[in-house]
Write a protein that binds this ligand. Structure first.
Ligand SMILES: N[C@@H](CCC(=O)N[C@@H](CS)C(=O)NCC(=O)O)C(=O)O
Length: 319
């Protein structure tokens, strides 16, 4: 099976957590999709362009995180995330609905802040910020519900994936005034399936460099629109090719994944530690690397690193 994701998507993260909790890693290939860009090759795979998207072994594609999770949960005949029996089922549904409602609002907010500054709507941002405050107040009480404290379930996973968006949106500050929610979240966030799927830190919302890594690029490049993807980059649109001026903070870990495009890049500061075909290689300023299309690879950045990346299809290679 193949699961298309973006590293920052809370909905994709719900499905990724279910995969890890069910021990299905070896059966599901995780593939990074390019969403929200014109003419992404991903649209030929999933016309809606959304993630998560699961392609089953029989080639049928499934959309909607809840549908994907139910399918993955039942695949071994031992479902762990079915609704509880009796009246508790309605409570489970109610709590999952509340958690999903919070995620939906946070996703709208998150989408708004990665748009070019002149296209952002202060009204939508304000509306979603206020909604998130009301939802955090509500959850400070609901978090004591026995279903939120018992065996892991989809209400818990969904809520934690929503709260985890604090890493992506610096203005999402749900913690102050919500000590019980903080304790609950921090405990769950340390669970291996949550730690392994934690979203990468926030893209800059201003286009301005938050740290020296982004300042590294000339101002002309820093004025380019932000890349809407799982890492921070300024994007220069080129025909059939994405050119990304990308910055990775020290400590960034990108788990194994693959993409449909060729990916070549040159390091301009720091160091890329790339694992490809089970072999780790180190790339320092001036070094080029090549990750072939569809090759599963992982990356790590122990030092603050910047690169110029080119993502494109190479028709002469049979792509
Ligand atoms: N209800 C869907 C929501 C999926 C969704 O909105 N995914 C976002 C990422 S967080 C997406 O793929 N956006 C790309 C786009 O809108 O084109 C689910 O639960 O799977």
């Amino acid at each position: 099976m193949k699961l298309y994701i973006t590293a920052g998507s809370p909905y994709a993260r719900i499905a990724r957590i279910v995969i890890l909790e069910k021990g299905l890693e070896s059966r599901v290939e995780i593939i990074a999709a390019q969403t929200r860009v014109a003419d992404s090759p991903y649209y030929r795979i999933n016309p809606s362009g959304r993630v998560p998207y699961l392609i089953r072994d029989d080639g049928v594609g499934l959309e909607e995180s809840a549908v994907i999770c139910a399918y993955l949960d039942h695949i071994d005949g031992k479902p762990a995330f079915d609704l509880p029996a009796g009246g508790e089922a309605w409570e489970a549904r109610r709590l999952e609905g509340l958690a999903r409602s919070m995620v939906d609002g946070l996703a709208v907010w998150g989408r708004e802040i990665v748009r070019p500054e002149e296209e952002r709507s202060p009204t939508i941002i304000r509306h979603e910020a206020r909604r998130s405050e009301r939802m955090a107040d509500l959850w400070e009480t609901e978090i004591d519900h026995p279903l939120m404290r018992g065996a892991l379930n989809l209400a818990q996973i969904t809520l934690a994936c929503g709260l985890g968006l604090e890493a992506r949106n610096p203005d999402l500050r749900w913690r102050p005034g919500h000590p019980k929610l903080c304790d609950w979240f921090d405990l769950l966030a340390a669970r291996p399936s949550f730690a392994a799927t934690a979203p990468p830190s926030a893209p800059s919302t201003t286009g301005a460099p938050p740290g020296s890594d982004r300042a590294h690029f000339p101002e002309l490049l820093r004025d380019l629109p932000p890349f809407d993807g799982p890492f921070d980059a300024f994007k220069l649109e080129a025909k059939d090719c994405d050119v990304l001026f990308a910055s990775y903070p020290a400590g960034t870990v990108i788990p194994p994944h693959s993409h449909d495009t060729e990916n070549v890049g040159v390091i301009t500061q720091g160091e890329l530690i790339l694992t490809l075909d089970g072999k780790e290689t180190r790339h320092r300023p001036g070094d080029w690397y090549h990750v072939p299309a569809k090759a599963t690879h992982a990356a790590r950045f122990d030092a603050e690193t910047s690169e110029i990346e080119f993502w494109f299809h190479a028709p002469h290679r049979g792509e």
